[in-house]
Design a protein around this ligand. Sequence first.
Ligand code: PMV
Length: 318
Amino acid sequence: MRASASAPGKVILIGEHFVVEGSPAIAVAVDVRARVTAERAEGELVTVSSRELGEAVFGPSAGEGPLYPVYVAAWEVVKRTNQRVGLKLTVESDIPPGAGMGSSAAVAAATAAATAKLLGLPLSRDEVAQAALAAEVIVHGKPSGIDPTVSSYGGAIYFKRGEKTERINADFGQVRLVLADSGIQRSTGALVAKVLETKKRHPEVLEPLYKAAASLAEKARSALERGDFATVGELMNINHGLLSALGVSNSKLEELVYAARNAGALGSKITGAGGGGMIVALCWREDAERVARELGKIAVRVIAAPVSEEGVTCVLEG
Ligand code: PMV
C-alpha cells in the first residue's frame, strides 16, 4: 500500500518580506504541482528519493543535504503516532526550485499529507502546513509560514503570522498570472536576513513601509473579493515599489516588471524573496498571451499559471 499526495506551488500577490514581521499578506496557489508517494519500509530509516536530487537515507540523528527537509516534514507526522516506522518517500516536482514559487513548501506539504495518509492519521490543512513549516525552517531559517499554508489550503488566502488563515472568496476566471523567471539564483534565507538587518539599521524609515504593506493587503483583499482586478494590479505595482525600497530588486527584475506593464499587464511585481527568481504579472485573460510573449524575449522561462482552487490532495493506492 502507498499514499500519493500532491500540493500546488504559490504566488505571493501582496506582502512578501513584510509578512515575516507580522504584516498580512495575500497568496494564491497555482496549478504547478509537487507530488510525493509514501510507502512503508523495513526497519526505522527513511529513504527519500528524487529524480533531480538522487537518494538519501535519514535516521533519528540530525541529517543534512537538500533532501533532509523532506525527512523533517515526514518525521513531524511520524512523531505524532508515537511509533518508529521505516518509510520510502519519492518526490517529483514540476515547480521550478528557488524561483519564488514555493517549491520546497509544496514538497513538504505533500510529504506531510502522504505520510499522514499512509499511517492513518487524519490531519487538518493547518496541521499539514505546520508539519511542512518545520521543513521550511531548515530551508529558509525564519520563514513566515505563508508558503506551506497556501500550498496546503489552495485558492487565495489572507495570511497573518500567528492568526487563523482565511480563504479569500475571489473568482480568477477573467485573469491570468504570468510568471517570468530572471534565471538569477538566490537564497530566500539570505534575503530575509538582509531585509531584517536593514530594518534594524533604519527602523524609523522602514516602519512606515511595513504599515503601507499592511494597508495594501487589506485593500487588495477587498478588491479581490469584488473582482476589481484593475485595483489589484495597481496595488501590486505599489507593492513592487516597496520591495525595491527594501533592497530586494535588481536591474533584471525591474526590466521584467516594466516589460510586463508595457505589454499591458494590470500590475507586475517581484514575487517571493526577490534578488532573482520570478516576477508575476496580473493580466486580463485576453492579454496574457501578449504579455507572456514579450516577457519570453527577456526571461529564461515564462509560466502562465492558472490559480489552483485545490490545495494538498492525497489518495491511498494498492
Ligand atoms: O521566494 P520564496 O518562495 O521562498 O518566498 C519567500 C517569501 C518571504 O516572504 C520572502 C519569506 C517568508 O517566509 O514569508
